[in-house]
Design a protein around this ligand. Structure first.
Ligand code: NAD
Length: 472
């Protein structure tokens, strides 16, 4: 497979003296090497982005919109190549990898329609006061391995639209699709506007503390987010942090259990549950607990887990060995306390990191599986009786990313939704993400906003110009 992908610095192909191994999670074997950028190469990437900033930010907005449209076109033209690479390094089924590339193209096309408006506060014969939105400069975009392409474009699209330049750093676990994108976009974007560099564990801290970076847009775990925030303080970098979650879903007794069971199942297990906004705590009213638990267990036993390249697979392996081991540890913890597993639990014995959809029957709120973000296919089902009780339990978390309410009575559902302390709440649907809906992690799930007008404006700062019209 591809071992020759290069970094993109100032529009040029750049290799490195050292390399990092890339593992196919479906086999556990190294199948490629990626460049391991040196600190000097990071400096070059930041310098290239800085050099490109003045002309790019002066490029008329409509031209930048058109170029983002061309980026979307490149993604679609190379859909099969990119998706194949994504499946091989990330593990997800090929159809889902294609979906991720298409979502990224859609994001570019939709974000290109947004406008960082200039607001006129006063326009009189004496005075003109306007607030413009000006770009920040060089953005360091740091992304995790669960949706390596979509999460990169959630940052690249608004950053470029608003006139910033970008240094993109993918996760060491999934560097290849990002490197390939850098290569494909060399002819589409002016040199230095998008730089892509890969590397090991040292590269992230170098980037987030680099004095030449004006903003860090980071998606990853809360623990790393804290470190990024600390290292950004020296030069007062602007920050957007999209961090971990432990999303609760609350299922009221009036739902149609058979109809919602598959929706809840995929809300929890899509992308092998390696999804910040996956349902991670499923609170089920006691009147329907047994029926819904049975329906979910049936789905968990039926779902086909296998290599992403196999068209039969509905769920791929989990992405890396550390996560695979952690999931085994969480199951062992449940078993040691005597909590019943309704499905799954045993790793599927092949060479890759295949873990079955696993359901835990009503463990206590204090258990690790309820308190921690598993970030893999283990879901606790939790029985509740009263609305106040379940809202209190759902909110009892340091996280506040997303949540969902499932209830036929819409006014009751909305009243519950409004009491959840999370940035997004879905009611009778889930994961309807959009480039136009702001997503803001509350509590320790994040800082700032991605998506929508507010997310786009987070790549700008206001500049107030106050003009006295009468001559002095
Ligand atoms: P991670 O925090 O380990 O790594 C994320 C990225 O940060 C990687 O590119 C990594 O190389 C880099 N990094 C690591 N240490 C760094 C440091 N000190 N300074 C700068 N960069 C550093 O996260 P992960 O394991 O790759 O991803 C899983 C986590 O991401 C989960 O907690 C999940 O909930 C979260 N996530 C959040 C969202 C969201 O939008 N809120 C989306 C996807 C994933």
């Amino acid at each position: 497979m591809n071992t020759q992908l290069t970094m993109t610095i100032g529009g040029q192909a750049t290799s490195s003296a050292a390399s990092i191994p890339v593992i196919d999670p479906a086999t556990g074997e190294v199948f490629a090497q990626a460049p391991d950028a040196s600190q000097a190469q990071l400096d070059e990437a930041v310098a290239a982005a800085r050099h490109a900033f003045a002309p790019w930010s002066a490029t008329p907005l409509n031209e930048r919109r058109a170029i983002l449209g061309n980026v979307a076109g490149v993604l679609m033209t190379h859909l099969d190549t990119l998706a194949t690479l994504l499946t091989q390094e990330q593990g997800k089924p090929l159809a889902r990898a294609k979906e991720e590339i298409m979502i990224s193209a859609h994001w570019c096309a939709e974000v290109a329609k947004l406008t960082p408006e200039t607001i006129t506060l006063e326009d009189t014969p004496d005075t003109l006061v306007q607030v413009r939105r000006v770009p920040l400069g060089v953005v360091g975009a740091i992304v995790p391995w669960n949706f390596p392409v979509a999460l990169a474009f959630f940052k690249i699209a608004p950053a470029l639209l608003t006139g910033n330049t970008v240094v993109l750093k993918p996760s060491p676990n999934t560097p290849l699709t990002a490197l390939k994108l850098g290569e494909l976009l060399r002819d589409v974007l002016p040199p230095g506007v998008l730089n892509v560099i890969s590397g090991g564990d040292a590269l992230g801290p170098w980037l987030s503390s680099h004095p030449g970076i004006d903003k860090i847009s980071f998606t990853g775990s809360t623990a790393t987010g804290r470190k990024v925030m600390a290292s950004a303080s020296a030069t007062l970098k602007r920050l957007t942090l999209e961090l971990g979650g432990n999303d609760a879903a609350i299922v009221m007794p009036d739902v149609d259990v058979d109809a919602i069971a598959p929706v809840l199942f995929w809300g929890a297990f899509a992308n092998s549950a390696q999804f910040c906004l996956a349902i991670k705590r499923l609170y089920i009213h006691e009147d329907i607990y047994d029926k819904l638990a049975d329906a979910l267990a049936k789905l968990a036993r039926q779902v086909r887990v296998g290599p992403g390249a196999n068209p039969e697979s509905e769920l791929g392996p989990v992405q890396n060995q550390a996560l695979f081991e952690r999931l085994k540890g969480l199951v062992a913890d449940c078993q040691s306390h005597g909590w019943r597993l309704l499905a799954g639990g045993q790793p599927i014995s092949t060479n890759g990191y295949f873990f079955p959809a696993t359901l835990v029957d009503n463990p206590p709120d204090s258990s690790r599986i309820v308190q921690e973000e598993p970030f893999g296919p283990i879901l606790p089902l939790l029985r509740f009786r009263a609305i106040d009780e379940v809202i209190q339990r759902a909110n009892h978390s340091p996280y506040g990313l997303g949540g969902s309410v499932w209830c036929r009575d819409q006014s009751l559902a909305l009243s519950i939704a409004q009491r959840l302390q999370t940035g997004t709440v879905w009611v009778n649907e889930i994961h309807t993400l959009s480039p136009h809906k702001p997503m803001a992690g509350h509590k320790q799930s994040g800082l700032g906003v991605e998506q929508g007008i507010e997310g786009m404006l987070a790549y700008t700062q206001p500049q107030t110009i106050s003009l006295k019209r009468s001559s002095t």
